[in-house]
Design a protein around this ligand. Structure first.
Ligand SMILES: [Zn+2]
Length: 416
């Protein structure tokens, strides 16, 4: 791939202050060679340059929680209020789709990500299609292979099945496409399966993601053995957790699931003691404010996560919850929720997500040595600083997206 040089009205490295009239030099290896004022960034002979004189160049956005295999599977209606009913509906929809459907959904979802300025994803799913789409199309992300099994007697079989799938799908993994595991959620995974998957993932050094503390019904199941999930388990002959109840976060801590490689998705139903548990364990959070609101689960304690020093990234969740994923829309809601300034909010959508996925050495900010992942936005308004202008932009304002220095999206016609 040829080297290239990009210049813009503003360059926002995120890990460093904004640069007015800045430039980025991307090497032929797809990584950033230099970032700085346009006048100071080298112009090597023979390296093509492109200028976006009215636009803002930012690091590619990091969407810490997607379900790209569900792209285009939306029901065309908002989620119903009963979460357990909705989960059942998602499962039935997935059962009607074959491998080819999931693969084309994953490919389409990835292209939509790029058209929204997102260059790295943390994706959960069970079809195996997303890791293949990322590998074939040249994407970037961590793909967490799901495993289910609420009955304790299923644990050994479910773990063996997961191990087989990870071994099969590992052939798509690379430096830019990593594989992990996702024991789905406390209402679909038994305690013994959690313990077994966590122990195996720890031994293998695999990243782990879990939907956690999302709905009040999940808390009710673990705290009191009551509510819709508990009723469902009883109907299916699944034993309820024994002993005194605890919060979902404590439940995972007890089973050895929380650690620095663990990404906790949602975490709405969490109190101070749970935040302390997450901080102590060094687990990260994927904050999905629009999905949380769409399901009526409430607002996650984002300010509390940040105050405890917990790594937080932003996630859209699936089209079934939020419609067209829009990470900057998530960022605007997160900003209001935690009272953040524009720079801190943009950092959540970029470097925060990279840290949550443990990819901060590779992506999330514009620094020499990191991948040449960036998005160029033509703001509608010059009001506020450049980070403010980015946050107030819409998908249609995206001019171009680069991934490893490669063009992966261009608006037509290019407006600069
Ligand atoms: Zn999800």
């Amino acid at each position: 791939m040829p080297a290239r040089r990009l210049a813009a009205r503003w360059v926002l490295p995120v890990a460093a202050p904004p640069i007015e009239c800045g430039a980025v030099l991307l090497g032929s290896d797809g990584r950033i060679e230099a970032v700085g004022p346009d006048a100071l960034v080298p112009r090597p002979a023979g390296v093509p340059g492109e200028a976006f004189p009215n636009a803002i160049l930012i690091p590619g956005l990091v969407n810490a929680h997607t379900h790209l295999e569900l792209t285009g599977f939306d029901f065309g209606a908002p989620p119903e209020p009963d979460f357990r009913t909705w989960i059942g509906r998602v499962r039935r929809v997935k059962e009607t789709r074959g491998t080819d459907d999931c693969l084309s959904a994953a490919r389409g979802g990835l292209v939509e990500c790029w058209a929204g300025g997102v260059t790295t994803v943390g994706d959960t799913g069970d079809s195996g299609s997303v890791i293949r789409a990322l590998a074939e199309l040249g994407g970037s992300g961590v793909v967490y292979q799901e495993v289910f099994g609420p009955h304790p007697s299923q644990a050994a079989e479910s773990l063996a099945g997961l191990q087989r799938r990870v071994a099969e799908l590992g052939r798509w993994a690379s430096g830019r496409v990593r594989i992990g595991v996702s024991p789905h959620a406390p209402y679909t995974v038994s305690g013994p399966l959690y313990a077994a998957v966590a122990a195996w993932a720890g031994a293998e050094g695999l990243p782990l993601a879990v939907h956690l503390a999302e709905s009040p019904a999940e808390s009710e199941l673990l705290l009191h053995g009551t509510g819709p999930f508990a009723e469902g388990w009883r109907e299916r002959g699944i034993p309820l957790p024994a002993g005194p109840g605890c919060s979902p976060v404590e439940w995972l801590e007890r089973h050895g699931v929380l650690g620095e490689r663990t990404l906790c998705i949602h975490v709405v139903q969490a109190h101070q003691a749970d935040l302390a548990r997450l901080a102590r364990s060094a687990a990260a959070v994927a904050h999905c404010p629009l999905s949380n609101a769409a399901h009526g689960h409430g607002a996650a304690p984002l300010a509390g996560f940040l105050a405890h020093g917990i790594r937080v990234g932003l996630g859209t969740d699936s089209v079934l919850s939020v419609g067209m994923p829009d990470l900057l829309a998530e960022a605007r809601v997160a900003r209001r929720l935690a009272g953040l300034d524009a720079d801190a909010t943009l950092a959540l959508a970029t470097l925060g997500g990279a840290r949550a996925l443990r990819l901060e050495a590779e992506v999330g900010s514009l620094e020499p040595g990191k991948w040449g992942d960036c998005a160029i936005i033509l703001p509608q308004s010059q009001a506020g600083g450049p980070a403010e202008q980015v946050l107030e932009s819409r998908r249609k304002d995206l001019v171009a997206t680069f991934l490893g220095g490669r063009d992966v999206y261009r608006a037509e016609p290019v407006r600069t």
